[in-house]
Write a protein that binds this ligand. Structure first.
Ligand code: ADP
Ligand code: MG
Length: 249
């Protein structure tokens, strides 16, 4: 079957966690097709498997069943080196709690993202200076040009998240996977984070899969899907979800 136009394609994805004798079927046949340049928002109750799905899409974990393809290449048949390259160069990750290295300054945190570009630490074929230049450019675009020498603890939550986004984008990956990137921020700061991601998408055709609890943010996406009982329910037109009563998820 052709996968023309899909950058990511998940078919019949299953994931079961086993804890002792307890089996937890978190994903029970998830289908998700993401087009090049599309922004998909993923909604779902806490514990519905949103992070699990994102980790699988990013090659951080492997599904128990089904297949995930990146531009037609199944992740399941990639060797270790190829999968490392996929994680380092093709996807950028943003998490709710930033995951910055506290000892490193802002510029170093973002430059570090460039160091793992080839699936290993180092600057093969690229000087540190070039990587720093790209990091600096992104940080300036995110309004952090005067914070390059700060350490994470010297920044606000919104500033930390902008650093994390810069780190995720420093290798210019085609896909950004964001797991509740605004979950720890007030609404206004959260909106500004989404503005920064959106601007990046407009500038360079980034594809975004964003898990969020915030229906207002979801409504800005091209498409919204909802994880319910281990399956994906299409929501269709994001405008439609505005009518969902608060607290119904
Ligand atoms: P969400 O991101 O939607 O809140 P998660 O994908 O983090 O949900 O988790 C889905 C379910 O799987 C939760 O009930 C969680 O406790 C469980 N789970 C997640 N990761 C693991 C793991 N590594 N081992 C066992 N259970 C897990
Ligand atoms: Mg989660």
């Amino acid at each position: 079957m052709s996968n023309a136009g899909y950058i990511l394609r998940a078919r019949a994805i299953e994931k079961t966690y086993t804890m002792g004798r307890t089996r937890l079927d978190v994903l029970r046949g998830v289908d998700l097709e993401v087009s090049e340049g599309e922004w998909v928002a993923v909604l779902g109750a806490s514990g519905s498997g949103k992070s699990t799905l994102l980790h699988l899409l990013g090659g951080l974990d492997r599904p128990g069943g089904g297949a995930i393809e990146f531009r037609g290449s199944p992740l399941g048949t990639m060797g270790r080196a190829e999968l490392d390259r996929y994680r380092a160069a093709s996807v950028g990750f943003v998490f709710q709690f930033y995951h910055l290295l506290p000892e490193l300054r802002v510029l170093q945190n973002v430059t570090l993202g460039a160091m793992v570009r080839h699936g290993r630490i180092g600057f093969r074929g690229e000087t540190r200076r070039a990587a720093e230049a790209r990091a600096r450019e992104l940080l300036e675009a995110f309004g952090l040009g005067n914070r390059l020498g700060h350490r994470p603890k010297e920044l606000s939550g919104g500033e930390r998240q902008r650093v994390a986004i810069a780190r995720a984008l420093v290798n210019d990956p085609p896909v950004l996977l964001a797991d509740e990137p605004t979950g720890n921020l007030d609404r206004r700061t959260g909106e500004s984070i989404v503005d920064a991601i959106e601007a990046r998408r407009r500038a360079g055709g980034l594809t975004i899969v964003m898990v969020t609890h915030d229906e207002r943010i979801a409504a800005r996406a091209d498409r919204v899907v909802r994880l319910v009982d281990g399956l994906v329910e299409p929501e269709g037109d994001p405008a439609g979800i505005v009518s969902v009563p608060a607290g119904s998820e």
